[in-house]
Design a protein around this ligand. Structure first.
Ligand code: GLU
Length: 489
């Protein structure tokens, strides 16, 4: 019987959750769901200077927003906790004791400055950059007395003298061999008692019975070092799967210079979580090489490691925008209305209408906007004129459209017609206005452009008749009146 899959996402809370980390989390989660395994969230908060509780909270918020859930970890607990590395010192201590007893580690008393000087010299002379094993050669009685005297010391892994080259079997990349000569006796526990990343990670992954380590390939060079720690501890080595990097369009590692990179920033820009999830899932993985719309449900039932690409994926903002627009159009109008709301509020657009008292009005609004936006944040620019008494007039539109001869006549006619209309619906408004252009001898396009600018303040707007119906008649009439001021003839 094979043990059931246990995977983890182990972010360091030294900043926000970025798309690269989010993709790693999605793949781990999807793999666990697909295999009926367990998805664990562990917070690698060992860097005391850069780890903060706010970052942890933000990472958790971003993961939840994307729709990911974990079976063990912060907020949910689990049998192999605690799930914060800073709370796991006992495990690291016990593992170190085990390695000491087995003679697989040795204390290193070399002061940091001395190590630095040696490294600098090695760099100049082209020698080995790693540790020269000075303390490994110390006489045991000397070691014992220096320890007894309380001399500061780190603990280094005693890499076996006959160590062979280490071959990493990666589920995505295949085999990569690392020369044994590159494995100096690296530090597992620092002089201040804290574990290094390569030690803490192995202890935790092994205590938590992780079966597959799925992470970014920036960690590939750590993997042989971690394998040696597993072997020293006599614990089973998990399967490794290193994900290819994410690049910007210029072929360089994705970073801020390419635009938003944190999940929170995408949320604030008005991306839907299901769109970002879909986009990131396909950034280095494919269902069949063709399908572009992949829902969480599909990932949960279809995700597999063997369809992960070997080469870097390029982050394409345009494609993500397209996908977001697709998901926006697919939302129920009532759902879109609710999701748009915070973005309208952010622009101060709720004063006149309240969602609570006019839900249908907002649903109608969402229906009109859905086809025109690719991000929720774009809604405000389309609907602003529906939330104010007076309209903000685009001077160019006023100049090019309202200043033409004939405008006054148009505005007067429309005003009269609308003032006496029995029913204030878009169908009635349209029916009554359609007949007018001919009577004033104007082309319909020009005629309605005048009305559009007068009422919306712009030459580009939501559909005119629907827009008029969404405004109070009183407001429409006042705007038509106010627009007379721009009319020249
Ligand atoms: N805390 C590490 C990181 O964020 C985890 C790497 C790993 O998955 O082992 O890079």
């Amino acid at each position: 019987m094979t043990a059931s899959v246990r995977v983890r996402f182990a972010p360091s809370p030294t900043g926000a959750l970025h798309v690269g980390g989010a993709r790693t989390a999605i793949y781990n989660w999807a793999f666990a769901r697909r295999t009926g395994g367990t998805f664990i969230l562990r917070i690698d908060d060992t860097d005391p200077n850069r780890s903060t509780a706010e970052n942890t909270a933000q990472i958790i918020r971003s993961l939840r927003w994307l729709g990911l859930d974990w079976d063990e970890g912060p907020e949910v607990g689990g049998p192999f906790g605690p799930y914060f590395q800073t709370q796991r010192a006992d495990f690291y201590r016990a593992a170190l004791e085990q390695l000491k007893a087995a003679g697989r580690v040795y204390p290193c008393f070399c002061p940091a400055v001395e190590l630095q000087a040696k490294r600098a010299l090695a760099q100049v002379q082209g020698g080995t950059r790693g540790y020269d094993r000075t303390c490994r050669r110390l006489d045991p009685t000397v070691v014992a007395s220096r320890l007894a005297a309380g001399e500061p010391h780190a603990w280094r892994l005693a890499v076996p003298e006959d160590q062979e080259d280490i071959v990493v079997q990666d589920a995505i990349r295949g085999e990569t061999a690392f020369p044994a000569s590159a494995m100096d006796d690296y530090v597992l526990v620092r002089a201040d008692g804290t574990p290094t990343y390569n030690f803490a990670t192995v202890v935790d992954d092994s205590e938590m019975h992780i079966t597959h380590v799925i992470r970014g390939d920036d960690h590939l060079s750590n993997t042989p070092r971690q394998i040696l720690v597993y072997e020293a501890l006599g614990r089973p080595v998990p399967v490794f799967a290193h994900l290819p990097m994410i690049w910007g369009p210029d072929g360089r590692k994705l970073s801020k210079r390419h635009g938003a990179t944190s999940v929170e920033a995408f949320r604030e820009e008005g991306y839907l979580p299901e769109a970002l999830l879909n986009y990131l899932a396909l950034l280095g993985w494919s269902l069949d090489g063709e399908t572009t719309i992949v829902l969480a449900e599909t990932l949960k039932s279809q995700f597999s490691l063997d369809r992960i690409a070997k080469s870097p994926a390029v982050f394409d903002h345009e494609k993500l925008l397209w996908m977001n627009g697709y998901y926006i159009r697919g939302l129920e109008p009532s759902e879109l209305a609710e999701r748009m709301l915070p973005f309208l509020e952010r622009e101060g657009l709720t004063a006149a209408r309240q969602y609570e008292t006019h839900p249908q009005w907002f649903v109608a609004l969402a229906t009109l906007v859905a086809e025109r936006i690719r991000r929720l944040s774009e809604a405000a620019q389309w609907v602003g004129f529906l939330f104010t008494e007076q309209v903000t007039m685009d001077p160019l539109a006023a100049d090019t459209v309202l200043a033409r001869p004939g405008t006054r006549k148009v505005l007067d006619q429309v005003k009269q017609t609308l003032a006496t209309l029995e029913e204030w619906t878009s169908a009635e408004i349209e029916r009554s206005l359609r007949a007018l252009p001919e009577t004033v001898g104007l082309k319909p396009r020009l005629f309605f452009q005048i009305v559009r600018v007068a009422v919306t303040g712009s030459t580009v707007s939501l559909p005119l008749f629907e827009s008029l119906a969404m405004l109070d008649r009183r407001v429409v009439l006042a705007r038509l009146e106010a627009a007379l001021a721009y009319a020249k003839g």
